[in-house]
Design a protein around this ligand. Structure first.
Ligand code: XMP
Length: 326
């Protein structure tokens, strides 16, 4: 019978069997899935696990610091933070196509993990001792939507499934591959992770890179980070964090519209707010959220974020829209 305790016991045994005495690394993204996967694998193999947090520069404001602080405090796991901002920006330069972005991000993640693996082996001085395993927080919906399920089409390549490069040499450890998000949260609770981690809203591994419609540049990322921080601050202040499943904030970097501010004409970019309600992210509805909260977010973003002169609300369900724009 399905209980979180049974799931944990079963997966701990499977991971032990798969990894044996070798080492594993786990890509930590700051999200619920990778945190729960890491905690589960840590329970199974303890110090044979090293977590690697890749700062790809596509994170939201404060996210990197939060992972460094909260997750290590909660689990005591060995964490390695890699600053890979330049590398990801260079790889994404000139690319606007969503699937291409996803593939590039998925590939760069793996290249960074390979480097970390080599360093860990070198530091341990364990000649010939392998870090052969990569732990990922892949969920059932990620597999299905990347075209991995029977009879399913590829809707978008999730960075840790369809976005993986072909020449990957790691064996994957994916203890959450059969679970939905709500189940993963329960498993996280069972493992003793705090609410700040378990109840976090989903945030995609490719981060803000798939929330800029158009080419990803440093300036655009900075701009979107500001707008996103304002939206999150106001949603939290309004007490809507639990009611809303997640609220992507999207920059339409290739679109401009005319506006007026002060005495002058502006010609800036629109920001899209995409608040959704969902059970498992497979389907979703747009959240009917209070107008006054929307008004406040809109006023603040257009006042405080340079080059943004319009805020629009996405009122599309999934289907036909997906939650993220790319
Ligand atoms: P979509 O846009 O497919 O999103 O409706 C469904 C859920 O998955 C998240 N998402 C991702 N998560 N890597 C992730 O870790 C990805 O590549 C990815 N793409 C989408 C999205 O935020 C939503 O919660």
């Amino acid at each position: 019978n399905w209980t979180t305790a049974n799931v944990v016991d079963e997966q701990v045994a499977l991971v032990r069997e798969q990894v044996g005495k070798k080492r594993a690394i786990c890509g930590l993204s700051g999200g619920v899935d990778s945190a729960v996967a890491a905690a589960l694998v840590q329970k199974a193999i303890g110090s044979q696990l090293t977590c690697v947090y890749v700062d790809h520069g596509l994170m939201r404001k404060g996210e990197t610091e939060q992972v460094e602080k909260d997750f290590v405090a909660a689990t005591g796991v060995q964490l390695r933070v890699v600053d890979a901002q330049e590398r990801f920006l260079a790889a994404l330069a000139g690319v606007s196509d969503p699937e291409q972005k996803r593939k590039i991000i998925g590939r760069e993640f793996i290249r960074v993990f390979e480097q970390a693996q080599a360093e860990i082996v070198a530091e341990a001085g364990a000649e010939g001792e392998d870090v052969a395993f990569l732990v990922q927080g892949t969920l059932y919906p990620d597999v299905v939507e990347s075209g991995g399920g029977a009879g399913t089409a590829n809707i978008k390549s999730h960075h840790n499934v369809g976005g993986l490069p072909d020449d990957i040499e790691f064996a994957l450890v994916e203890p959450l591959r059969k679970l939905f998000k709500d189940e993963v949260r329960m498993v996280g609770q069972q493992l003793g992770l705090p609410d700040e981690i378990v109840q976090r809203q989903p945030f995609p591994g490719p981060g803000l890179g798939i929330r800029i419609v158009g080419e990803v540049t440093r300036d655009r990322l900075d701009l979107l980070r500001e707008a996103d921080a304002i939206a999150r601050e106001e949603l939290t202040a309004a007490g809507l964090d639990r009611e809303i499943w997640q609220c992507p904030v999207v920059l339409l970097a290739d679109v401009r519209s005319v506006g007026v501010q002060g005495d002058g004409r502006t010609y800036g970019h629109p920001i899209v707010l995409r608040p959704v309600s969902s059970e498992d992210a497979m389907t979703a509805d747009w959240t009917r959220m209070p107008y006054d909260v929307l008004a406040k977010i809109s006023t603040r973003i257009t006042n405080e974020v340079a080059d943004v002169n319009r805020v629009v609300l996405d009122v599309t369900s999934k289907p036909p829209g997906t939650i993220e724009w790319e």
